[in-house]
Design a protein around this ligand. Structure first.
Ligand SMILES: [Zn+2]
Length: 315
């Protein structure tokens, strides 16, 4: 089973070898603070959760995630094709509380659940999906759109199976990973998500795992997957490698407050720990764009003001 944390230790030594030259000449980039209230609490969290304590294995680069997507600065790219997801619910295997989020893990030994198209040249295999969420509905997402925060964000993690044979290889390479991000808003109950929500009490504590089968992750995608932003970035959890083609959906999905409350009833802590901590605010602080371009597969201006755009063409 391929999981993020299972590769952190071997990766640390691999990356250390690979990056030792850079590490000597380059200091770890400090996290940027911003003046948003929620960003401040993100900053506090990054100081608190054990995952963010101690020196990071990778020196901060200039392609880190998450970022704020500034709509008017995103560049429409007509070459961006629709996404093609082909998920086999039979490859769903288990849910794992890894002490930071819960991971719904898929068998990725064959090309049974795949992603291609969109900005991608290769075929990518689904290995897991997970969420990030806040302690209240006012924040929780990792990415933001024009500084707008969402209560939660889904990440579907895929690795390039055309170029690499294992997640562990792909995670340290350019173009190794493709992650779909979907914003969650609070509204009506999400029927597809409920099967997952019902299974969560069994993995309340860190390190608990339960079998979980026949879950189609496509049910968590918005109805329109043609409209998205894409940029080159990193994992938002250690090892933070800059291997990710991010595909952030423009359209959000809706879940109920009660469904998010079950996410928040999970714990960062294991059963043995004396002081139990609620699993909330499990997102990384935002990172500087550093000159990167965010491309969009759609033209918001054409859709919102077709006449104005038409005029422009005539003059
Ligand atoms: Zn994530």
């Amino acid at each position: 089973m391929v999981t993020l944390s299972s590769v952190i230790r071997p990766l640390t030594s691999q990356l250390h070898r690979k990056l030792i030259g850079h590490a000597r000449s380059q200091r770890i980039t400090p996290v940027r603070r911003c003046n948003l209230t929620a960003c401040s609490s993100k900053y506090v969290l990054s100081q608190m959760h054990p995952m963010w304590q101690g020196p990071l294995a990778v020196p901060g680069g200039d392609r880190q995630s998450p970022i704020d997507i500034i709509v008017r600065k995103s560049v429409f790219d007509s070459a961006l094709k629709p996404l093609v997801t082909d998920y086999d619910p039979e490859t769903c295997q288990q849910i794992w509380n890894n002490g930071y989020s819960f991971l719904v893990e898929y068998d990725d030994t064959t090309d049974k659940s795949t992603l291609k198209g969109g900005p991608l040249q290769d075929q990518f295999r689904l290995c897991q999906f997970h969420f990030h969420w806040g302690e209240s509905n006012a924040w929780g997402s990792e990415h933001t759109v024009d500084r707008r925060l969402f209560p939660a964000e889904l990440h579907l993690v895929h690795w390039n199976s055309d170029k690499y044979s294992l997640f562990e290889e792909a995670v340290i390479e350019d173009n190794g990973l493709a992650v779909i991000g979907v914003f969650l808003k609070v509204g009506k109950r999400h029927e597809g998500l409920q099967k997952l929500v019902d299974a969560l009490p069994a993995i309340r504590h860190k390190d608990s795992v339960v079998e979980f089968n026949k879950f189609d992750p496509a049910c968590l995608l918005p109805t329109n997957t043609d409209n998205y932003w894409t940029y080159h970035g990193s994992l938002t959890t250690p090892p933070l490698t800059e291997a990710v083609t991010w595909i952030v959906m423009k359209q959000h999905i809706e879940v109920s407050h009660d469904q998010l409350a079950v996410f928040r009833s999970l714990l960062f802590t294991s059963a043995e720990e004396e002081v139990q901590k609620s699993m909330v605010n499990n997102f990384r602080v935002q990172q500087p764009l550093c000159g990167r371009t965010v491309r969009s597969s759609f033209t918001p201006f054409l859709q919102e003001a077709p006449s104005a755009e038409g005029d422009k063409h005539h003059h």
